[in-house]
Design a protein around this ligand. Structure first.
Ligand code: HPA
Length: 274
């Protein structure tokens, strides 16, 4: 059977057959946040089906293509549509694109997601820059025999999200006339949203935002030696004492509102990375 390492090489070869760029930054665009791709000076757009070993995206708001090109003068690859654990993929499948990005030459991973706001100070469509995370997914993409060519057995997580980039993102938001909060992201498996009791628990744990993605990709990025910067858009308010049923169209609407802010913020963050 072909190993992960060989599968990565195959995917890289397929991408390089269609695009000769040398990306410095990889981006993962979360639910409803694909709008940023319009700003990319696109050099190649590759449907996931054309990349060997890439899973296909089934979630709403996810297009399922790798967009290659330039944004704010930085060579990038962007995933328009990500994979989630709740879709039935293994976490190795969910994180495979991050391995491919690293093998293409990416040094920094920029992740975005739509998330529930647990911190009562957060409002709908607010931007939260991730400063740390809590992993409540029942699996880990790094579980199993470690391939030392891909990273160390016990990756360190004392600073998974680059402090300098958190500061740069917050400064950039102020320059653009809005506030970007800092916060702790907690990853849950989904697909159900949480109960009131669970939101109380997540808040007591120290989480500010909750979502069903991101942490697996960040774990693999750290394992692969990448710097990471992450953003949540608050798409629903998880206030246990006045909780309302979540409606997916409202989530997508708030994602679009927050996404418009991210689309202005991210080019400035890219400038800080390069
Ligand atoms: N919980 C989990 N995931 C989410 C939420 C939520 O409230 N909102 C958006 N993604």
């Amino acid at each position: 059977m072909q190993g992960l390492y060989e599968q990565i090489q195959e995917a890289v070869a397929a991408i390089q057959g269609k695009w000769s760029g040398k990306p410095a930054v990889g981006m993962i665009l979360g639910t409803g946040l694909g709008g940023l791709v319009e700003q990319i000076r696109q050099e190649a757009t590759i449907p996931y089906q054309e990349i060997p070993h890439f899973p296909h995206s089934t979630a709403p708001g996810h297009a399922g293509r790798l967009v290659c090109g330039e944004l704010a003068g930085v060579s990038i690859v962007a995933m328009e549509g990500r994979f989630h654990y709740y879709e039935g993929y293994s976490l190795q499948q969910v994180t495979f694109p991050v391995r491919v990005m690293q093998a293409l030459g990416v040094k920094t991973l920029l992740v975005t997601n739509a998330a529930g706001g647990i911190n009562p100070q957060f409002e709908l469509a607010d931007i939260v820059v991730l400063e740390d995370h809590i992993n409540l997914m029942p699996d880990n993409p790094l579980r199993g025999v470690n391939d030392d060519r891909l990273g160390p057995r016990w990756p360190d997580l004392c600073e998974p999200y680059q402090k300098s980039l958190v500061a740069a993102a917050q400064r950039a938001a102020v320059e653009l006339g809005f506030q970007a909060h800092k916060g702790v992201f907690v990853a849950v498996p989904g697909p159900n949203l949480e109960t009131r009791a669970e939101y109380r628990m997540l808040k007591a744990m120290g989480a500010d935002v909750v979502g069903m993605s991101t942490v697996p990709e960040v774990l693999v990025a750290i394992h692969a030696g990448l710097k990471v910067v992450g953003f949540s858009v608050v798409t629903d308010l998880c206030l246990p004492d006045c909780l309302e049923p979540v409606e997916v169209p409202k989530i997508l609407e708030n994602a679009a509102k927050g996404g418009a802010k991210l689309a202005r913020l991210i080019p400035k963050v890219l400038a800080a990375i390069s």
